[in-house]
Write a protein that binds this ligand. Structure first.
Ligand code: SAH
Ligand code: SF4
Ligand code: F3S
Length: 474
């Protein structure tokens, strides 16, 4: 990013902080009068990008003086939406109907919608006509403006809509509120340039923009000083990090720099596009044991023919060869993936290729999706869309294959002692703690809650498939 853009970003951050202070004064006065704190509630749909965005939104709202509540009966309710598949949209519409009714019995309630769905013109039209009680609509590019939009809404009686098609802005240094004290997500890039033919993300998240390494490192250092030991680097395609920077830097280079921050003990990242996963990255992962033994490597399809129409830019063979290179360098790595079934034109032979890759790789786990038509993407207008019943039947077969693969993979580390980051008290049994292994699997073991946020040694006594039961090694 050039100097000029940097200055614009700093000015914008200062402006927004100013508005937050103005609103805080106003809210404090109201609270004094009514004796009631103003509450907010955020519902987050979709991926980790959205979760991270919600933390930023939460930071802004807290700065203004709102306090968080876990019910939707709040003074400010926000849905951070996802549109990657049709069912993500339907869930939002369903919930909105309920929220509209709730608003009638809650004077002064403000309802805001943001996130990926709002970047679609047809969605916004539908909300304007059928859900007129919505107060504020904004998108994925202007979250940093929330305080300003809220101020505008409070000073007028109209719906405030602010949607940007794209942006050059990356506004740094605004407040944000982390969900966990000991682990945190860090955006390293925004947007996506890959245009996989089924995917709406590039249209709703804009072009790929990498953050400056200095900004990322400073943010992580500050988090580390604040008690964070594990970070998750976020981007739609982290392997292409840094390509558009003034001084280009590779993702592997960035990982090396982050690895030097003392108090950071674990580094995770998501998502890796197979086409850009470099040998340099494999080397860095192999040599740096702060980098977790887990790679999420979306396959999407095992058929080279389908992959080409999906615009994924790798083949079945190159994917398998990549898996081999990764496994021979890092034998204890856990591999997970995303797969779509029923992509337009997918034949039984194509599907057999997907099953074949799944068998050969033996993924530790996988997210499987039935293809969902997204208006505006090239695949939506392709001929020979696959019948739903056919897709469902393939989906079931795929799921069985995945399950048998993960059953085989599970238990690999049984009877070994592993480092575990303790995350919480077990939700079912308060005598137990729940923690995460480097390879992302969970382990439950007896222990005291004072260990939450610490990395401890645990003996993995028994594998239960998707998790272990263990005991603390003193
Ligand atoms: N950037 C990541 C994925 C982001 S979306 C990557 O490239 O791997 C998460 C997953 O949703 C994708 O990996 C894909 O499997 C699935 N997905 C995306 N668009 C979809 C669609 N139209 N129908 C079904 N699944 C889809
Ligand atoms: Fe979508 Fe492909 Fe970009 Fe992932 S890489 S977000 S699947 S377009
Ligand atoms: Fe959904 Fe947007 Fe993420 S569409 S998957 S929330 S980038």
């Amino acid at each position: 990013m050039d100097k000029q853009t940097t200055n614009v970003n700093e000015l914008e951050a200062a402006k927004q902080l100013n508005i937050m202070n103005e609103l805080k004064v106003r809210f404090d006065q109201e609270v004094e009068k009514t004796g009631k704190q103003k509450t907010y509630h955020i519902e987050t749909f979709g991926c980790q990008m959205n979760s991270r965005d919600s933390e930023k939104i939460s930071g802004i709202l807290k700065q203004i003086g709102y306090v968080e509540t876990d019910t939707e009966d709040a003074d400010f309710v926000l849905y951070n939406t996802c549109t990657v598949r049709e069912n993500a949209n339907n869930r939002v519409y369903g919930r909105l109907g309920y929220l509209g009714k709730l608003k009638k019995s809650h004077p002064g309630m403000i309802i805001a919608l943001c996130g990926c769905m709002m970047q679609e013109a047809t969605v916004v039209e539908k909300i304007k006509t059928s859900y007129r009680f919505v107060d504020i609509i904004f998108g994925t590019h202007n979250i940093f403006k929330l305080a300003e939009l809220l101020q505008t809404r409070l000073d007028s009686d109209r719906t405030v809509i602010d949607l940007w098609k794209n942006t050059e802005f990356i506004v740094e240094n605004l407040p944000n509120d982390r969900k966990y004290s000991f682990k945190a997500g860090v955006n390293i890039m925004f947007g996506c340039n890959n245009f996989c033919s089924y995917c709406i993300v590039p249209y709703v998240r804009g072009r790929e923009r990498s953050r400056n390494p200095q900004d990322i490192l400073e943010e992580i250092k500050a988090m580390a000083d604040d008690g964070v030991v594990e970070i998750m680097l976020l981007g739609q395609n982290v392997n292409s990090y840094g390509k558009n920077l003034e001084t280009p830097m590779s993702f592997a280079g960035l990982l090396n720099e982050i690895g030097k921050i003392d108090k950071i003990e674990r580094i995770r990242f998501m998502t890796s596009h197979p086409k850009d996963l470099s040998d340099e990255l494999i080397e860095v992962m192999k040599d740096n044991d702060k980098i977790c033994r887990h790679l999420h490597l979306p396959l999407q399809s095992g058929s080279t023919r389908v992959l080409q129409i999906m615009n994924r830019r790798y083949t079945k063979e190159s994917y398998l060869a990549l898996v081999d290179r990764i496994r021979s360098a890092i034998p204890d790595i856990s591999l997970t993936t995303d797969i779509i079934v029923g992509f337009p034109g997918e034949t039984e032979e194509d599907f057999a290729e997907t099953m074949d890759v799944v068998k050969k790789v033996g993924f530790d786990s996988a997210f499987t999706f039935i293809y969902s038509k997204r208006t505006g993407t090239p695949a939506a207008t392709m001929e020979n869309q696959v019948e739903e019943t056919v897709a469902m039947e393939r989906f079931d077969r795929l799921l069985k294959e995945i399950q048998s693969g993960s059953a085989k993979a599970a238990g690999r580390d049984e009877h070994t002692v592993q480092k575990v980051l303790v995350e919480e008290i077990n939700s079912q049994n308060p005598e137990l703690l729940t923690g995460r292994l480097s390879n992302n699997l969970l382990v439950h073991f007896p222990g005291d809650k004072s260990l939450i946020g610490k990395i401890v040694d645990v003996d993995l006594q028994e594998s239960k498939g998707f998790y272990y039961m263990g005991s603390l090694v003193k």
